[in-house]
Ligand binder design. Structure first.
Ligand code: KIV
Length: 344
């Protein structure tokens, strides 16, 4: 905490001691802040630059549930899904009207700088799930079970899934794998936890797959992906991610399933799409490898860098902070303060 901020907090606290709580409704405050107001709380809300809460979405939508996803699928309305790994990335995804927010284990790389997803721990995933869940008011949330947390037995998987719901505060879990995961999916779903399947390219098994390879490129390969998708559907998944599968294959699989398919690198014939937020928002340095299926919709990296460089330059040249960024003091108080200093 900066010196300025900590001393500001001290000032607010001393004001609070001398005043009784009042009931207030502040127009720009989060609803949970508007009931009981002490001057200290008002100071927090007005002065803290760290508050994560913005105004609620201007046209609040209804909470997305499993039933909403079923209804979208029935109507042929594409399901929109995006990853988020922390409060801000989930907050913006929720405001932007995503149907589903996935706390993917891709956060191992994009948020924690790890080499691949095999390194991320359950505890790390849970920390990120909790921060995403706090920001996600309307989208349906999914937490990705990390490698090693569900493959040993259906019991191990159920225990991990329960932690994701109770500690991670997400509404469902995702796990990778096809036929071989059917008993595990059955175990979790019969305990009342919705499961999102993930077949085709399963990044947690990249070592066995020989890297990040497109799946289902031959008749037998495509039949294998279909069998996996049917098996996870039969076991109770509410939807299944199809990753890195030829578009035509994904479309035919989608037509054979009764649950929605969520494509990533699987073409437009799926029932919905998912992308990693940092990829689609362009939050990475120029020159980074980008998979063929990613469309870059923004330049978050470029805009952040431009802003940070402008800030750096203005601090160096003393253009920032300008007068409008400073707090006033009554002239008399300032004169008295200057005098006091001189007399010290
Ligand atoms: O970890 C992840 O982000 C994912 C999606 C991209 C499907 O599994």
């Amino acid at each position: 905490m900066s010196l300025a901020l900590s001393s500001m907090r001290r000032t607010c606290t001393s004001v609070a001691r001398s005043a009784r709580p009042r009931v207030l409704a502040l127009p720009h405050a989060h609803p949970s802040h508007s009931l009981l107001y002490t001057p200290a709380a008002a100071c927090q809300t007005r002065y803290s630059s760290h508050s994560p809460m913005g105004a609620p979405p201007s046209s609040p939508r209804k909470k997305v549930t499993i039933a909403t996803l079923r209804s979208l699928h029935k109507k042929g309305d594409p399901i929109t899904m995006i990853t988020a790994h922390d409060f801000p990335s989930a907050h913006v995804a929720d405001h932007a009207g995503m149907d589903v927010v996935l706390v993917g284990d891709s956060l191992a790389m994009v948020a924690l700088g790890m080499e691949d997803t095999s390194e991320v721990l359950v505890e790390e995933m849970l920390l990120h799930c909790r921060s995403v869940a706090r920001a996600t008011k309307t989208a349906f949330t999914v937490g990705d079970l990390p490698m090693g947390s569900y493959e040993i037995s259906p019991e191990q998987a159920l225990a991990t899934a329960i932690r994701f719901i109770k500690d991670g505060r997400v509404q469902s879990v995702k796990l990778e794998g096809g036929k071989e995961m059917a008993p595990t999916i059955r175990k979790i779903t019969t305990a009342g936890i919705p499961v999102l399947g993930h077949v085709g390219l399963t990044p947690q098994r990249q070592n066995a797959l020989g890297g990040f390879r497109v799946q289902g490129k031959t008749k037998d390969g495509a039949l294998g992906v279909l069998e996996d998708a049917l098996a996870v559907q039969e076991a109770g998944c509410f939807a299944v991610v199809l990753e890195a599968v030829p578009a035509e294959v994904a479309e035919l699989i989608t037509q054979r399933l009764s649950i929605p398919t969520i494509g990533i690198g699987a073409g437009a014939g799926c029932s919905g799409q998912v992308l990693v937020q940092t990829d689609m928002a362009g939050n990475f340095p120029p020159g980074r490898f980008l998979p063929k299926f990613v469309k870059k919709y923004g330049d978050v990296w470029g805009e952040s860098r431009r802003a940070i460089e402008a800030y750096r330059d203005e601090v160096k040249s003393r253009q920032y902070p300008a007068a409008e960024h400073t707090y006033p003091i009554p002239e008399g108080e300032l004169a008295a303060f200057s005098k006091a200093i001189k007399e010290m």
